[in-house]
Design a protein around this ligand. Sequence first.
Ligand SMILES: NC(=O)c1ccc[n+]([C@@H]2O[C@H](COP(=O)([O-])OP(=O)(O)OC[C@H]3O[C@@H](n4cnc5c(N)ncnc54)[C@H](O)[C@@H]3O)[C@@H](O)[C@H]2O)c1
Length: 437
Amino acid sequence: MKTDTWDVALEEKLRGHRARAGVVGLGYVGLPLAVQFAQAGFEVTGIDVDEDKAAQVNAGDSYVLDVPREKLMPLVQARRLRATTDFSVLRELDTVNICVPTPLRKTKDPDMSFIDAACRQIATYLHPGMLIILESTTYPGTTEEFVLPVLEKSGLRVGEEFFLCFSPERVDPGNVQYHTGNIPKVVGGVTADCTRLGALLYQQALAHVVTVSSTRVAEMVKLLENTFRMINIGLVNELALMCDHMGIDVWEVIDAAATKPFGFMPFYPGPGLGGHCIPVDPFYLSWKTRQAGIEARFIELAGYINGQMPHHVADKVQNALNEHGKPLKGSHVHILGVAYKRDIDDLRESPALDVMHLLKRRGARLTYSDPFIPRVQVDNLDLSAVAPEGATAAADCVLIITDHSAFDYARVLEQARLIVDTRNALKGFSSEKIVKL
Ligand SMILES: NC(=O)c1ccc[n+]([C@@H]2O[C@H](COP(=O)([O-])OP(=O)(O)OC[C@H]3O[C@@H](n4cnc5c(N)ncnc54)[C@H](O)[C@@H]3O)[C@@H](O)[C@H]2O)c1
């Protein structure tokens, strides 16, 4: 085939849903995406280094809450979706979406090792007519400065023989209204043909696709979105600390402000930031801008304020117990919800872990309930979830960290002696037992 026709050949395969689609990294992002492509009629192969995950997918079992077994199983049975740990299948694939983790190192520098490992494997099997799209959240410049040189080692030319894009993943686990299929997808390629083909792939499977002029713009879009959230949460957390000193109910303030029909968007305070994205991603941006001598001051400040919240919560529990004549040391604190947000099974970066660590260090006895998280390790303490019934009655203080909808809050209020509520989960209830953030 002439080198200038690879884009035409791929375009035809994409339009006819004959392209063989691959997804590297079958986690919270990759598995729903693989399912979405398979539902659109593509033959999809997921590749993961985790053998258990590959085996579970092939058995039609889902480990991601947003992908019910009833959705996965028929796709596996129809041979539209399969998973493997063998990267040599890349030889047969036409498109590859990379959805591997991008954590921060302890020093808050980006850990690019997962992207690096995935790209090296892809480079080994890269063949003409292939479309590669990076979806992992990362610093602006990654696709062209980091991924492209690895892929070009294959000797193939981008924009002619293979095509490369960045498309930020925006999935919001647990969100029943917006999911992979209907969240608008932003995509930017290294060349105009890359962008066109990247957009074409997504248009076959997703409701809205938005193209931008470059991979850098697409990378920055994601960081703007997550930095926007992180900074606004930092602002309301600082407001919560101020209101606490002034005896003002911060939740009432925010709800009233949110009645303004323009120019205001409510964000809510809480026990600290959690998850794989909001506490992590903005530091990708500050790391990158630091190299250019620009300090990302909003990010650092919000990071500092958000990082103080677990301490504030531990203080709240201690003070509330003191007022009830009980020292924190030796008291039983029962925690409701440890996942990083409501109705999901993800413990990564959860502020519950920081709060539990602080309470334990101050001598509290800890138990917890969480319908999604069966076990938690805090320092050298291994805890198993217990039923809320009973534990809330037995505890000296109940601490609401994650406001899962499965909890019976009226019953909690009835049983508990003292409740510290960091999420306004008891909105609408009034009792002297309740201490709000
Ligand atoms: N979880 C979210 O809500 C969310 C939202 C938007 C963006 N993101 C971003 O998407 C990316 C993936 O996040 P996630 O939450 O799906 O992570 P995850 O940890 O749930 O999944 C990542 C998967 O990649 C696999 N993996 C690791 N190294 C690999 C390799 N070299 N080759 C193949 N597979 C490999 C892991 O085994 C795991 O199954 C991250 O960059 C994250 O920041 C996540």
